[in-house]
Write a protein that binds this ligand. Structure first.
Ligand code: MN
Length: 229
């Protein structure tokens, strides 16, 4: 048995809906600009150029929702509701028509973003880590196994702040489908069981403040509730 110089932290994991078992997380990948209207609201061009990716540390997950602290070094934290894909099987160079066979299930996530730091990074041509990968930046609800919910291609996705709808769209409006996203991503990284993929957010992103109550959901998949503290 490996002898560590101090006790390693427990592996991040996410509850699986309908069971007491948990999904062990390896990596958290995220897709940028995957809904045309969100690409436009961010000043981008929604042309169907290949998807681009960034990642968050696995220990930035807030599994099951609950509370997330308003992060330091920012005055502008935005909510981004996203469908999250949980992989049950790994692979590289996965063909589009094989991709969904690698999916264990789906969840609802919120890609919390320090928008002011992201804007500064974009302007300076610098990486997005400080904008995207901060502590507690990835709230996620329970994972619904595909064996129960299938592989939905069309489902309402929405996010409310203090009861008011801020984001409302449908996952069918993603520029790159789940299968296409996994195929692209697996050409860049070897994917493994335990990987999560945040698939991008629709339009309507906006600021959150301390005390705000967020409710995010994808029809037929689940939800996640979060309070900013
Ligand atoms: Mn996002």
């Amino acid at each position: 048995m490996t002898e560590y110089v101090f006790a390693p932290r427990e592996r991040p994991s996410v509850p699986v809906a309908g069971t007491d078992r948990r999904f062990p997380v390896r990596r958290v990948y995220c897709v940028g600009r995957n809904y045309a209207e969100h690409a436009r609201e961010m000043g981008g061009d929604p042309a169907r150029e290949p998807p681009f990716f960034f990642s968050k540390p696995a220990d930035a997950l807030v599994a099951g929702g609950g509370e997330a602290p308003f992060p330091p070094a920012t005055n502008d934290v935005h909510h981004e509701v996203e469908l999250v894909v949980a992989l049950g099987k790994g692979g590289a160079d996965i063909a589009v028509d094989q991709a969904l066979a690698h999916v264990y299930g789906y969840a609802v996530g919120i890609d919390l973003t320090r928008r002011d730091l992201q804007a500064a990074a974009k302007k300076a041509g610098r990486p997005w880590e400080t904008a995207k990968g901060f502590d507690a930046s990835a709230p996620i609800g329970a994972i619904a196994p595909a064996s129960r919910v299938g592989h939905p291609a069309k489902a309402a996705i929405r996010l409310k702040v203090n009861g008011a709808v801020r984001q409302s769209s449908d996952i069918s409006r993603m520029i790159w489908s789940v299968a296409e996203t996994l195929s692209h991503l697996s050409g860049l990284f070897r994917l493994e069981a335990g990987d999560l993929v945040f698939t991008g957010t629709p339009e309507g992103v906006g600021p959150v403040r301390r005390g705000d109550a967020l409710e995010a959901g994808v029809e037929g998949i689940g939800e996640v509730k979060l309070r900013i503290v």
